[in-house]
Structures are given as C-alpha cells and as structure tokens.
Design a protein around this ligand. Sequence first.
Ligand SMILES: NC(=O)c1ccc[n+]([C@@H]2O[C@H](COP(=O)([O-])OP(=O)(O)OC[C@H]3O[C@@H](n4cnc5c(N)ncnc54)[C@H](OP(=O)(O)O)[C@@H]3O)[C@@H](O)[C@H]2O)c1
Length: 270
Amino acid sequence: MKQVLITGATSGFGLEFTHYYASRGYHVHLLGRNNNKLLELRDKYEPLTTVNLYCIDLGIDDQLNHWLNEIKDVEFDIVINNAGFGDYGEFVDSDISHQEYMIKTNCIALTKIAHTTLQSMKRRNYGYLLNVGSLAGFMAGPMMSVYYATKNYVTTFTEGLAQELKGSGVHVSLLAPGPTRTSFNKNANTNESSLISVHKKGFQPLHSGDPKEVVLQGIKGLNRNQRIIIPYFQNKLLATLVKFVPRRLVTEAQMKIMEIRHGKREKAHE
Ligand SMILES: NC(=O)c1ccc[n+]([C@@H]2O[C@H](COP(=O)([O-])OP(=O)(O)OC[C@H]3O[C@@H](n4cnc5c(N)ncnc54)[C@H](OP(=O)(O)O)[C@@H]3O)[C@@H](O)[C@H]2O)c1
C-alpha cells in the first residue's frame, strides 16, 4: 500500500488531498493542529484505508523535531508539504513573534520535512514531493510582506531541489495556486468578501479558485513531473507577465490591490 504524508490535512487544500488519496486506498498520514478535525478524518476514511494522525504544531520547534524523529523511518511514497498560513497587515505594526511563527511553519518546517522524507526516497530512487507555494511566490506583497517572502522561499527552494534530484527517480514539484476559496483568507485576516465586492465594481484582480480543482491539477502535475504547477490560465498568465514588468511596478500594483481590500474591510467594520 502506497504511503502519503499530507500536512495541513484538516482544512482547505489538505482536505482535498486527503480525500483524493484516502478514497483511492493510499495509506494516509495526516498532520494538523486541530485534533478534533483529525479524529473526524480518521472516522471518515478508516473504513477505506489505513490512517495515521499527527496533531503537531509545525511552528513549534520541539513538536516539529520530535515528530520528525518519530517518522524518520517511514517510507513515504508521496509527501504533500501543504501546511501554511498568511498574515495581513503592516509589518511594522505586526506582532513579530507571529511573523516568526509563520516563517517557521511556511519555511523551516517545510524544509525539514523535505529533508527527512527525501532520505528514504533517495535511497529507494523513488518518490514524489509536492511543496505548496503560491502565486505570491513570484512577487513581493506589501501588507503581507513576510507571507510573500516565505512563498518566494518555497518557490526557489523547490526549483533548486527539483534540479538536484533530476533523474534520480525522486520527483519534486511546486504547486503555486492563486487565491482559492479555503479558510486561508479568514485565517490571514484578509477579507475575501471585500474582494468579491471589489469584483462587483468591475475590478477583478484575480479569479478565486476552487480547492478541489487546484488539488486535482496539483496531483496531475506532480504525476507528470511538472516542475511548477500553476492552476488556472489567468494565474499562469499573471505569473508570466510579472517576469516582464519592472518589479517596482508589480509591487506598486500589489499595494493598490491591498489598499482596495483594506479600505473595504475598514468600511465593513464601521
Ligand atoms: N487559499 C489560498 O488562496 C491559497 C493560495 C495560495 C497558496 N495557499 C497555500 O496553501 C496552503 C494551504 O492553505 P489553505 O488555503 O488550504 O488554507 P487553510 O484552509 O487555512 O488550511 C491550512 C492548513 O494548514 C494547517 N496549518 C497551518 N499552520 C500550521 C501549523 N503551524 N502547524 C500545523 N498545521 C498548520 C492548518 O491546520 P489546523 O486547521 O489543524 O490548524 C490547516 O490544515 C498554505 O501553504 C497556503 O499558503 C493558499
């Protein structure tokens, strides 16, 4: 039975990855912070397959290191490095320990999970690693500066790793979704409803995607050994365009989009 590790399995993309693999009989190893949601997943999928649960906070060093030691001998065939979150607001006014926690979750944990799980993949000359980055990983993002920086890290780390392992039988891909309807925006303190009202006024910075479709495209790309997977044509186009526009202009445009969202958000609270 093939074994798959999915981090951030309790919500959004992670739920869809879990459903895809568990309903096809893969032995699923599911990680999240919310124990009740993990137990619900076990109740749902245990009739179909073997389920291991890990209630771990990846942003807490001791928990991460202890868990990595626990799983170091498991021979995962597929690893979905998906857990992550964002934080909206001006960096200077932010809680720096929260920014540090985000860097630990989005970058340090993702890197250490890759390092641990790739050991046995490399020995066996077989395996698939999918790092979940973002469209944010191709540009700077004022008002979410640290989040965008973490996703830029995920982009270049994944590209480098994929090149190192090329031809080894171990496949490494980046899934870089654009805005998608998950709990991400609520948790990042952005306001998705404000974005929708901006759409109504005819200003549509980005299409909001369906998590199931994003995950299906991610798995398809991973299986095809596609290095960078960007679901939806509009997002692919944007990722291409930003390569040709001066970075400063892209950053200024990003700031405008954030200001529109932010303005609406403040009005909603009046
Ligand atoms: N949705 C979007 O618009 C979008 C776009 C581009 C990229 N992404 C990326 O996609 C990934 C998944 O996000 P999502 O959209 O599915 O958001 P989501 O619905 O908020 O799910 C996030 C998942 O990550 C887990 N998680 C967060 N911090 C964690 C930590 N410190 N330790 C362990 N687990 C943690 C959460 O676990 P608990 O619920 O158990 O706490 C949850 O299962 C993230 O890396 C995000 O950056 C999202």
